[in-house]
Design a protein around this ligand. Sequence first.
Ligand code: FES
Length: 98
Amino acid sequence: EFSVGTSTKIDNGNFFLFRDDGGFFAITAVCTHLGCIVTKIDNGFACPCHGSEFSADGKVIGGPAPRALPWLKVSLTPDCELMVDADEEVTQGTKLAV
Ligand code: FES
């Protein structure tokens, strides 16, 4: 369902799920400024509320956002389903290898 090289916005949880050669990873869609939902753009993310911009890995590259978009914990359930914990941040660059 999630091919290598894709990104998918998961509205129930407000995050983006990515899959690349290194595995799965998730980045929140909640702007670190005042909590608006960012949109994915070609080379990162943009917030429609006050103009914050983030790089593809979530780092702030413009606007008032005080910090990067957090990466979220991705794991596999015992039934081998993907699970993203929107309340648990992980170090940027952490991926679930599959
Ligand atoms: Fe995103 Fe203000 S809430 S820039």
